[in-house]
Design a protein around this ligand. Structure first.
Ligand SMILES: [Zn+2]
Length: 287
């Protein structure tokens, strides 16, 4: 096993290379030498069961592993019980699509803490996630890992400690460590070897080495402001905000970590995923 790399949704190059349909994505990814793909349901789960099945079969044929990003409007920590119940429904819709395409990970935004304390938000989000897991088990979809994501804005639930705390609620949960988000919400503190190393250490400490090693992640350079944190996703051409992947790639290779690393660059996510894969493999070969 090694770390695996791929994009969130499609790069501009997908169409530029003459591809049109989602079913062609696995072929495109294997041409680029990539391993994984995060199917985007950020604006709602719209794919039919038949289309999801066909897409999953094509991905399996090409050896591409799949995850699904759940809708952005999910609110695990809403103060309104009805909104939390609805969020579980959206997770179940995402899970049904994931299940049909053979995806075994769902990424979920951790929530907001705009109206309540961070501790209250964390307790609500934890309870909602546990209830979602219960529903998954009831419906025979227990193979799917729910992955709460570290978020980039100050007023969002989801700094590293909060995501690790959410994951401690159930042994199948995996953290989705979005390094660009963590860098944005700390105004540039997550951009050197010590910071990356500390994140891996905290993960191992809280979740154990075996679970920590297979974490899910998002990696992209993200612009941020002192007022709110995350502003917008950039590409690897950015030299100002970061983070840079090299120090993390070296740590992953050195320590034998096997995460799935999804790139969310703006428009060049497949190309930038390929860059990360090459950097990582360079370090692997030096071992
Ligand atoms: Zn996300």
């Amino acid at each position: 096993m090694t770390a695996l790399f791929g994009p969130a949704g499609n790069s501009q190059s997908f169409q530029e290379m003459g591809y049109k349909k989602t079913i062609q994505v696995p072929e495109y990814l294997s041409r680029l030498g990539l391993d994984i793909y995060e199917y985007q349901c950020g604006h709602g789960v719209r794919i039919s069961e038949a289309a999801a099945k066909a897409f999953g079969e094509e991905a399996q044929k090409r050896g591409i592993l799949l995850s699904v990003h759940s809708p952005y409007y999910i609110s695990l920590s809403s103060v309104e019980a009805e909104k939390r119940d609805k969020s579980i429904e959206y997770i179940m819709q995402t899970a049904a699509a994931a299940h049909a395409m053979g995806a075994d990970r769902i990424v979920i935004h951790s929530g907001s803490c705009a109206k309540i304390s961070r501790d209250e938000a964390l307790a609500l989000a934890k309870d909602t996630l546990k209830r979602a897991q219960h529903r998954l088990d009831e419906q025979g979809m227990g193979e799917i890992h729910l992955c709460p994501e570290t978020m980039g804005k100050f007023n969002q639930l989801g700094d590293l400690e909060e995501v690790l705390e959410l994951c401690s609620a159930e042994e199948r949960f995996l953290p989705c460590i979005d390094f660009g988000h963590l860098n944005a919400r700390t105004l540039g503190q997550v951009n050197q070897p010590e910071a990356f190393s500390h994140i891996l250490y905290q993960m191992e400490n809280k979740l154990g080495r075996e679970r920590a090693m297979q974490f899910h992640s998002h990696f992209s350079k993200i612009e941020y402001t002192e007022k709110g944190g995350e502003k917008r996703h950039l590409t690897f051409d950015d030299q100002q905000y970061g983070p840079n992947f090299e120090p993390l790639g070296e740590l992953l290779a050195e320590r034998g970590y096997t995460p799935r690393v999804i790139c969310e660059s703006a428009g060049t996510q497949a190309e930038d995923a390929r860059v990360m894969k090459e950097i990582y493999q360079g370090f692997l070969n030096q071992k």
